[in-house]
Design a binder for this molecule. Structure first.
Ligand SMILES: C[S@@+](CC[C@H](N)C(=O)[O-])C[C@H]1O[C@@H](n2cnc3c(N)ncnc32)[C@H](O)[C@@H]1O
Length: 571
């Protein structure tokens, strides 16, 4: 809870309140698949795999797995087959609404726990039944049924590209092919009984969905999705981008995203293979997205986990590289984990990453975890089969954290904006409750409010500013009984927006906010507040201005005139 009271200004400071690690502070940035995934119509029959094995990264190994089927893997010889396959799936109604209709699940998503339901509801032998049994339930399906479901495409065509295989007269999928939102997505299948290969392409998970909900959705000329995996973010952004480039260091991911673009007839998405910004060094972007391999490990061997780098190095390199290729006014958004080092202020350390980049930066901070909790959480994600291996990995991770003096790890969502015109700022806020999808609208709004504050830096210009309450602002007053009757114990401000910031204020604070009518200046309102409370305006001016700035920074109060993004209720 933020404290915006005249008397409590010292509890806040530029850059947000100081925060002590709180191990119970889990926000929706992380692991809250429930609320996040509900926001997309997802058919998530995936086992949210984040495999880790303590193996040395061998890039050559990846090339070997690819080279086995390198010509045909997810690549039709006849380009027309991409359209043909899409038409076959659409004709069968193998789409999000189609699958939800068959299962009877209302809205939301079909998940792994629904497999018995899928099997029960798909006994009629229609093409959609066959496709759902094959790709969602992933059970062997008689060859003849598959041939009929995908006719006129020969079964051999899908076997050649590595999508299907036959065993004892039945057909099984080698990859998942699932409707997601308005797209069809090929993703890897992970067999939990087997060790995952190092070039495993991670499927859509909680972090992907967070990115999808937080990314800026306005039109962009050039967008980059760095570390695209199976390409969902690039696909989602493709309709709001003139052109989008999806890159990945894993050639298998690049091939998968290319296939997913083609099968969805997305023609403005180009896939490039390579390390970080190397494949796009010649280009400039208005928007960069990255669900980065941010996990802080002793270097796992899995590209999707830590990018083959130690500690939080991947995110640090991402920051520096993004600043080089962003257009003026362009944004870069990524999920990030950062280490708290013993004896160092973590906010200062994090701020240091962005110094000299020419970018304004806003960090929305989610949970902070003690290293033992963090290590256990991540190792548990993929190593449950052997308690001996679990203990070995746990010791290895904890030794690494001790060596590197890492005592806690925070996670957050970072937005950078290239701004060469003024002094750059860096700000951290604890992530508020996320109420709705399209958080990107609120992220831009916060940057624009900051621009407004930059334009009224002097006391005089600030006093002449005209403010109004955000249309989505609500006030909750709490009363408490006493022997003299009921008295007010708190004034709670709440924004009914995707980023539902809330704050405590006091009677004086509320007296100011309620008088901001979009007509009178800050100076006029402040004088009124002072005289109604028998206070001296000069006596409260400095503290009040500090609080008012914070009220604007979080979007409780808005300039009466300004960009549409700030002022209007819907954008
Ligand atoms: C956590 S996964 C995210 C995948 C996908 N964007 C998503 O949201 O589901 C991170 C991706 O970054 C890729 N990656 C790792 N190191 C990289 C590097 N140095 N350059 C580019 N991509 C990299 C991995 O191969 C992996 O596909």
């Amino acid at each position: 809870m933020r404290l915006f009271m005249w008397g409590a200004v010292t509890a806040t400071r530029e850059g947000g309140r100081r925060y002590e690690p709180n191990f119970l502070d889990a926000g929706p940035l992380w692991g809250n698949t429930g609320s996040q995934s509900m926001k997309f119509d997802a058919l998530c029959l995936y086992s949210c795999f984040f495999g880790y094995r303590s193996t040395v990264l061998t890039y050559g190994f990846m090339m070997t797995r690819m080279s086995k089927n390198v010509t045909h893997w997810l690549s039709f010889e006849d380009y027309g087959d991409y359209d043909r396959l899409r038409e076959i799936l659409l004709r069968a109604n193998y789409t999000v609404p189609g699958v939800l209709e068959v299962t009877g699940v209302k809205g939301g998503s079909v998940s792994g726990k629904d497999i018995p339901l899928v099997l029960q509801r798909t006994r009629e032998g229609r093409p959609i039944d066959t496709l759902m049994r094959l790709f969602l339930a992933r059970v062997p399906v008689p060859e003849q049924a598959v041939r009929e479901a995908i006719a006129p495409m020969p079964l051999e065509t899908l076997k050649r590209i590595g999508l299907l295989k036959t065993e004892n007269g039945s057909v099984l999928p080698r990859l998942k092919l699932v409707p997601f939102d308005r797209f069809m997505l090929v993703q890897e299948i992970h067999d939990p009984a087997l060790k995952a290969p190092l070039d495993f392409v991670i499927g859509v998970g909680a972090a992907t969905l967070t990115m999808a909900n937080f990314m800026i959705r306005r039109q962009s000329r050039m967008t980059l999705d760095l570390g695209t995996g199976c390409g969902l973010l690039a696909l989602l952004k493709s309709c709001e981008s003139d052109k989008i480039i999806a890159t990945d260091r894993n050639p298998r991911a690049v091939r998968m995203t290319r296939f997913n673009a083609r099968i969805n007839a997305v023609s403005n998405l180009e896939c490039r293979e390579g390390d970080l910004f190397e494949p796009v060094a010649d280009l400039r972007f208005d928007l960069i997205l990255s669900n980065a391999p941010f996990v802080i490990t002793p270097s796992s061997g899995y590209l999707y986990l830590d990018g083959g780098l130690h500690g939080d190095q991947f995110c640090q390199r991402l920051v520096r590289g993004a600043a080089e290729v962003l257009n003026e006014g362009g944004y870069c958004q990524f999920l990030c984990n950062w280490a708290h080092l013993k004896g160092r202020d973590w906010q200062e350390r994090l701020a240091g990453w962005f110094k000299g980049t020419g970018c304004d930066t806003w960090v929305l901070r989610g949970a902070t975890e003690d290293t033992s909790v963090y290590a256990r959480k991540w190792i548990e994600h993929f190593e449950l089969s052997s308690s001996t291996e679990f203990s070995r990995l746990y010791d290895e991770w904890m030794d690494y954290y001790t060596r590197e003096r890492i005592e806690a790890i925070s996670m957050g969502f970072v937005t950078m904006r290239r701004n060469s015109t003024g002094e750059n700022w860096f700000r951290i806020d604890n992530e508020p409750e996320v109420k709705q999808r399209d958080v990107g609208v609120d992220i831009i709004r916060i940057f624009e409010l900051r621009d407004f504050l930059g334009s009224v830096q002097s006391d005089d210009s600030f006093m002449n500013a005209v403010l109004q309450p955000a249309p989505e602002l609500r006030l909750n007053i709490e009363y408490q009984p006493s022997t003299e009757g009921w008295h007010v114990v708190s004034h709670r401000l709440q924004l009914i927006r995707p980023l539902a910031f809330d704050a405590q204020t006091d009677e004086l604070g509320w007296s100011f906010i309620s008088r901001c009518d979009g007509k009178r200046t800050v100076g006029e309102v402040l004088r009124e507040v002072a005289s109604s409370s028998s206070l001296n305006t000069d006596g409260i001016k400095t503290g009040a201005m500090h609080v008012i700035r914070h009220l604007i920074q979080h979007g409780f109060l808005l300039p009466a005139e300004g960009p549409a993004q700030i002022c209007s209720e819907t954008v």
